[in-house]
Ligand binder design. Structure first.
Ligand SMILES: [Zn+2]
Length: 218
């Protein structure tokens, strides 16, 4: 396992290093996970998103996030290049999932009840069972199409703060994509869960740092 030497004097060079790494890849796939989830868009988080958007500007990227706070939609990242399969707490769904409709919290029907069946409205996230998936499926299709295009091309995978809350969404598929694509480079940044599988033939890099802080330090 390669633990990134991202501290000390090396840090001075990391901005340039990242610029080069991004330039030499055709596609950039970013995974945003639990380390980014927050009740409020604090200064550091805002800065991290800003840096990420700046880093990705002008590249062919896609961002998959499991954060359910919806902050990512308020950043400079391209909304056509984001998918949030775990949902967004700012949207509501019928708790009985009688329909595929979702409402912005501020536009929700009065009384907080589903206009069709009368059940209570609940946040449109994967934590609700049943979960109304209509909110993210169109973007999921866009993501799958994009991912197909990246096959056999130079692909940089940047996994930021993704743990094991929903490993089937980012963590395990990213490992598989990195394994299958021999032209890929995989960076896993996480304060504690930075461990890599051992089948990446030197294409994997682990950075044992909180990914929000790490991005702000670039
Ligand atoms: Zn309903």
């Amino acid at each position: 396992m390669n633990i990134g030497k991202e501290n000390g004097n090396v840090e001075m060079k990391s901005k340039q290093k990242w610029k080069e790494l991004i330039e030499e890849n055709d596609y950039i796939l970013v995974g945003v996970g639990e380390e980014w989830e927050s009740d409020e868009m604090g200064e550091e988080l805002s800065e991290a998103y800003e840096r990420l958007a700046g880093m990705l500007a002008g590249t062919d990227y896609f961002v998959v996030t499991t954060a359910m706070d919806g902050w990512i939609w308020k950043t400079d990242l391209d909304k056509n290049r984001i998918v949030a399969p775990c949902g967004n707490r700012n949207f509501l769904q019928c708790s009985a999932a009688c329909c595929e409709e979702i409402w912005r919290r501020e536009d929700a029907p009065e009384g907080g009840q589903c206009p069709r069946c009368g059940a209570s409205l609940v946040p449109n996230t994967v934590e609700e069972k049943p979960y109304v998936e209509a909110g993210y499926l169109p973007q999921w299709k866009a993501y799958m199409t994009w991912l197909q295009r990246s096959l056999n091309r130079k692909l940089l995978l940047l996994e930021l703060g993704v743990g094991f809350r929903t490993p089937t969404v980012i963590r395990w598929p990213f490992e598989k994509t990195a394994y299958l694509n021999q032209k890929s480079t995989f960076y896993r940044v996480h304060e504690k869960l930075f461990q890599l599988p051992d089948n990446l033939d030197g294409r994997g890099n682990a950075v044992a740092k909180n990914s929000v802080e790490w991005l702000c330090s670039l």
